[in-house]
Write a protein that binds this ligand. Structure first.
Ligand code: NAP
Length: 288
């Protein structure tokens, strides 16, 4: 029930009507008996600055940030964690004494998926497919988990090289068409798809990869969560490889935001069940 004491949370993006976050968070807030309401906040690019000024004065505890604001919001916040600065993206904001502080919980969401798959990154080799926003959080997560080598394979190597420069260490960049891509795949202990190839409704697409050359004990991780099993994961499974999808990343980035705002642990199983039900009702592209 919304009362006079209810504190506000929300997710800011444009468009926002496809977001699963209001359903996931309100279910967890109700379950925890916390007096918060989580709202969808439709904020076009040109309104971002004014919306932040307005939010500072209201009874918001914080909010999530999604497409297209994850990068543009950084200079508009009062403080940003070092981690979020390295990634160049904020997906969670806390309002503390009227100040807005930006975090990136996609990183911990991604590493929660690694833990669930029982993957220990230390001293291993990773190949990341794609060089967009999500790839940055994936790389930060792998570095946090002490991965040995990281390579990015992309269709646009220049973009990948710009991304690689954000990280304080060598990251190899190759084009999907390069011979070197296959050499990297042969040595990979983990391959992560961060391109949208295969995401609903384009379920017949997948990034170029020859799974027959990948090590038998490698983890194939697709951060897409709709469909549950992308063509990329299906083909990997058919070759006997271990797979993980993006569901845990999505739910755990939300759970980490919940902890930052409320100081309490959410019911993660309920969050997952709510996401699955929402996906069943509505097979669409979905944003966090
Ligand atoms: P993005 O910033 O647009 O980056 C997408 C990357 O994929 C870019 O490198 C892009 O290359 C590449 N790409 C796109 N189409 C391609 C194609 N046809 N062939 C080869 N490469 C292609 O998107 P993002 O924000 O990183 O999101 C990527 C995916 O991750 C989406 O499916 C999103 O839903 C998912 N995601 C999941 C979670 C989660 O919690 N599970 C969180 C964030 C994102 P160019 O730069 O050359 O265009």
């Amino acid at each position: 029930m919304i009362t006079g004491n209810t504190k506000l949370l929300g997710v800011m993006g444009h468009p926002i009507n496809h977001s699963f976050s209001p359903a996931i968070h309100n279910a967890a807030l109700n379950d925890a008996g916390l007096d918060y309401a989580y709202l969808p906040l439709e904020v076009p690019k040109e309104s971002l600055n004014n919306t932040l000024k307005w939010i500072k004065t209201l009874n918001f505890r914080g909010f999530n940030v999604t497409i297209p604001h994850k990068n543009d919001i950084l200079p508009l916040l009062d403080e940003v964690t070092e981690e979020a600065k390295t990634v160049g993206a904020v997906n969670t904001v806390i309002r503390e004494n009227g100040r807005l502080i930006g975090y990136n919980t996609d990183i911990v969401g991604f590493t929660a998926g690694l833990a669930e798959a029982n993957f220990k990154a230390e001293n291993k080799n990773a190949v990341i497919l794609g060089a967009g926003g999500a790839a940055r959080a994936v790389i930060a997560g792998l570095l946090k988990e002490k991965i040995k080598n990281i390579a990015i394979a992309a269709r646009n190597t220049e973009k990948a090289e710009i991304l690689a420069k954000n990280f304080n260490r060598g990251v190899v960049c190759v084009n999907f068409a390069d011979e070197e891509y296959n050499n990297l795949l042969k040595d990979a202990d983990i391959v992560v798809n961060t391109t949208p190839l295969g995401m609903y409704p384009n379920v017949d697409a997948m990034p170029p990869i020859d799974f027959s050359i990948v090590k038998k004990d490698a983890l194939i991780y697709d951060i897409i969560y709709t469909p549950e099993e992308t063509k990329f994961l299906k083909e990997a499974k058919e070759k006997g490889l271990k797979t993980a999808n993006g569901e845990t990343m999505l739910v755990e980035q939300g759970a980490a935001a919940f902890r930052l705002w409320t100081g309490e642990d959410p019911n993660v199983d309920l969050m997952k069940e709510t996401l699955r039900n929402a996906l069943k009702d509505c097979r669409h592209e979905g944003v966090e």
